[in-house]
Design a protein around this ligand. Structure first.
Ligand SMILES: CNc1nc2cc3c(=O)[nH]c(N)nc3c(CCN)c2[nH]1
Ligand SMILES: [Zn+2]
Length: 373
C-alpha cells in the first residue's frame, strides 16, 4: 500500500522487466495481466474468485458504466471499488475505443465524440474533460487519457491525423485530470504500424508527462507479426522508469512476446469471453470442451493446473454442463482461464527475476508443440 503512485523495476532480462506498481489500494506485480470487468463485474466470477486467481488489478470501462448505471450513481455508492466489492486497484479505460467499436450514430470532432447508447439509443458526448470527470467519479486508481484508436484498414495519413488529435486530447486529459495524489494518469501512444508516427506520439506524450504510458492502436486486426514489429521498438521510445501498458492483448503467446519486448501490463477479454464459449487455454495449447472427444475423458483440463475446475472436475463433466447450457460451465472455464493467465504471468515474473526468460519461453512453445491436449 502507498499513499502515492510509484513504479519500481526490480529485475531485467533482455528488454523484459519485472517490478512493482504501488498504488493506494495495493501493489501490482508486473508483468501484470488485468482481467476485464466491463460492467462492474468480471463476468461469471465473484470478485473474491478473481482475487484468488492471482489478479492484483482489474479493468473497468468508462463507456459502459457511463451508460449504465451512470458514473454519478456509482459515485453516490462510494465509487466503483465499493459498488462492485473489489478493494484492490482498478484501471479504467477512457471510452474512446469503446465508442468507436460499439456506439452507433457516432460523430467525431475536435471536441470529442457524440454517440447513441447501444443500450437505449440515448445521445451522449465524450470529451477528454468528461472522460476525466467520469473516471474521477468512478474512483479508479489508474485513469486512461481520452484517445481515438483508428479502425483498420486506414491510410497512413488518416492514422497520422488521428494520432495528432489523440495527442491534443492527451494534453486536455492531463489538464483536466489535475493533481490527484495517489491516482495515476496514463497517456496512450498511437501511430498505427508507422515508426515515425509512433516516435512522434511518444515524443508528444513524454513532453506532456504521465505516470505511465499505454501502447494503443494495436490488437485491432493487424496480426501478431505486425504487432510484434511495432513492439520491437515502441516500448523503448517510452520512459524506462514508467510502466508500459499494451492495450487489449491477448492470447498467451501474444502476452509472452509482448513481455519479452518490454511490456509491463496487459488486459484482454479473451480468457473470460472465450471461457464462456467453452474455450480452455492450457499449458499445452487450447481446446474447446464442447468437442465430443471430451465426453468420456476423466482427465482435468490441465493436469498441472490447481484451479477449482482442474482440482475437482473432469473434462467429461465440463463437456456435459456446457452441452446442457448450465451456468456452472461458464463459471468453471472462466475461472480456469483466468487462473492459467495469472499462472503464466507469475511464471514470466519469476523467469525474468532469475534471468532465465529465454528458457521459459522455449519451454512455453515446446509444451504447445506437443499436439495432444
Ligand atoms: C482488443 N484489442 C484492443 N486494442 C485496443 C486499443 C485501444 C486503444 O488504442 N485505446 C484505448 N483507450 N483502448 C484500447 C483498447 C481497449 C482495451 N481494453 C483496445 N483493445
Ligand atoms: Zn485449471
Amino acid at each position: 500500500m502507498s499513499d502515492r503512485f510509484s513504479f519500481a523495476v526490480n529485475a531485467r532480462d533482455g528488454q523484459a522487466r519485472t517490478g512493482v506498481l504501488q498504488t493506494m489500494r495495493g501493489d501490482i506485480r508486473t508483468p501484470a495481466f488485468m482481467p476485464v470487468g466491463t460492467a462492474a463485474t468480471v463476468k461469471a466470477m465473484l470478485p473474491e474468485s478473481v482475487r484468488e486467481t492471482g489478479a492484483d488489478i482489474l479493468l473497468g470501462n468508462t463507456y459502459h458504466l457511463m451508460l449504465r448505471p451512470g458514473a454519478e450513481r456509482i459515485a453516490r455508492f462510494g465509487g466503483l471499488h465499493d459498488f462492485m466489492n473489489w478493494q484492490h486497484p482498478i484501471l479504467t479505460d477512457s471510452g474512446g475505443f469503446q465508442v468507436m467499436s460499439l456506439g452507433p450514430l457516432r460523430k467525431l470532432t475536435e471536441e470529442g465524440v457524440t454517440f447513441a447508447s447501444h443500450i437505449d439509443g440515448s445521445r451522449h458526448e465524450l470529451t477528454p474533460e468528461r472522460s476525466m470527470e467520469i473516471q474521477r467519479l468512478l474512483g479508479s486508481d489508474i485513469v486512461m487519457a481520452f484517445d481515438e484508436c483508428p479502425a483498420l484498414p486506414a491510410t497512413e495519413e488518416s492514422v497520422a491525423d488521428s494520432m495528432r488529435r489523440s495527442m491534443r486530447w492527451a494534453q486536455r486529459s492531463r489538464d483536466a485530470f489535475g493533481d490527484r495524489p495517489g491516482h495515476a494518469l496514463f497517456g496512450i501512444m498511437q501511430g498505427g504500424v508507422t515508426r515515425e508516427l509512433r516516435e512522434e506520439s511518444a515524443q508528444a506524450l513524454t513532453g506532456i508527462g504521465f505516470d505511465g504510458y499505454a501502447i494503443g492502436g494495436l490488437a485491432v486486426g493487424e496480426g501478431q507479426e505486425a504487432m510484434f514489429g511495432v513492439l520491437d521498438y515502441a516500448p523503448g521510445l517510452l520512459p524506462q522508469d514508467k510502466p508500459r501498458y499494451l492495450m487489449g492483448v491477448g492470447k498467451p503467446d501474444d502476452i509472452v512476446g509482448a513481455v519479452q519486448r518490454g511490456v509491463d501490463m496487459m488486459d484482454c477479454v479473451l480468457p473470460s469471453r472465450s471461457g464462456r464459449t467453452g474455450q480452455a487455454w492450457t499449458r499445452r495449447g487450447q481446446l474447446n470442451i464442447k468437442n465430443a472427444r471430451h465426453q468420456d475423458d476423466p482427465r482435468p483440463l490441465d493436469e498441472d493446473c490447481t484451479c477449482p475446475a482442474c482440482r475437482s472436475y473432469s473434462r467429461a463433466y465440463l463437456h456435459h454442463v456446457f452441452r446442457a447450457g448450465e451456468m456452472i460451465s461458464g463459471m468453471l472455464l472462466t475461472w480456469h482461464n483466468l487462473h492459467y493467465y495469472q499462472d503464466l504471468m507469475g511464471g514470466l515474473r519469476d523467469a525474468i527475476s532469475q534471468g532465465r526468460l529465454n528458457d521459459f519461453i522455449a519451454d512455453f512453445h515446446a509444451m504447445r508443440a506437443g499436439g495432444d491436449i
